[in-house]
Write a protein that binds this ligand. Structure first.
Ligand SMILES: NC(=O)c1ccc[n+]([C@@H]2O[C@H](COP(=O)([O-])OP(=O)(O)OC[C@H]3O[C@@H](n4cnc5c(N)ncnc54)[C@H](OP(=O)(O)O)[C@@H]3O)[C@@H](O)[C@H]2O)c1
Length: 254
């Protein structure tokens, strides 16, 4: 029997797009996680596509720009885990305001940074005790993996400072690129900081995907992107902590 990706996972921004497909494929995996926490900012709203699924998926209200919402979500998850730790957080919720230099002002920069960087930072902070608990409960105390304890920050190729000259003219996107480069630094800082706790932290680029954000011209369906991401997620070890990989497992230069 295939081994389980992990016992428990929180996916933020799982209303639609990549987050929704992540939850779907986690549920449909041969040995699904026992508990999947689907973070949605409006779990009962009309746009919410994620559905409660037997006991496996539990929707939690996670408005990732609100410290109160994050704190409440961590309490709810802690209660549902009944003394166990949380193995995996996928910080998927994100926004993009396509903005050239002329179109970008303070508000655009701050709004996108708040969702794409401050949210994942606060989530890491509030859920840190639960991740530590999961890491401590793992039998192989020296190894790192998503089945033990990990944070995956969903980043993008457009965050890469090295490859910016190759793709800047097609997608200028100042707020988005700058925020995701900062998210990568958050990944690096957390990877260093949480090594001592046995928590793996990495950034993952899903490819260019057909979602509201990616648009209809994107070459990848959510199903294709996420099935690649799942293979990467299951294969991660300590050598991958602090890296930026794409949905096929290829390294992207910072
Ligand atoms: N699509 C691509 O080609 C592509 C490429 C590279 C990276 N990415 C990254 O992949 C991730 C998912 O993108 P996507 O294409 O699935 O985007 P999407 O279709 O626009 O979906 C974004 C999701 O994030 C949620 N969200 C946004 N702001 C939030 C907040 N403050 N609190 C909680 N949830 C929030 C949205 O919730 P609501 O439903 O409530 O609006 C939605 O569920 C993002 O981090 C994005 O940067 C996407």
């Amino acid at each position: 029997m295939a081994s389980r990706i992990c016992d428990s996972v929180l996916v933020t921004g799982s209303n639609r797009g990549i987050g929704l497909e992540l939850v779907r494929q986690l549920v449909d995996s041969p040995t699904p996680p026992v508990q999947i926490f689907a973070g949605c900012r409006d779990p009962n709203g009309q746009r919410s596509q994620v559905r409660n699924h037997a006991n496996t998926i539990q929707k939690s209200l996670t408005y990732t720009t609100s410290p109160t919402s994050i704190a409440e979500a961590s309490k709810l998850v802690e209660t549902k885990l009944k003394g166990k730790g949380l193995n995996l957080i996928i910080n998927n919720a994100g926004v993009n305001i396509p903005g050239s230099l002329a179109e970008t002002g303070k508000q655009e920069m701050v709004d996108v940074y708040t969702t794409n960087v401050v949210g994942p930072m606060l989530i890491a902070k509030d859920f840190h005790p639960l991740l530590c608990k999961a890491a401590a409960q793992f039998p192989h105390q020296t190894s790192m993996s998503c089945s033990r304890s990990a944070i995956i920050n969903v980043s993008t190729l457009l965050s890469s400072i090295t490859t910016c000259p190759e793709n800047f003219s097609v997608s200028p996107m100042y707020p988005y690129r700058v925020s995701k480069a900062a998210l990568n630094m958050l990944t690096r800082c957390l990877a260093e900081d949480l090594k001592k706790d046995g928590i793996l932290v990495m950034s993952l680029h899903p490819g260019w995907v057909q979602t509201e954000m990616g648009g209809p011209k994107a070459p990848l369906t959510t199903a294709e992107s996420i099935s690649g991401m799942m293979k990467v997620i299951t294969s991660l070890t300590e050598k991958d902590t602090g890296t930026l990989l794409d949905w096929e497992g290829k390294n992207i230069p910072w």
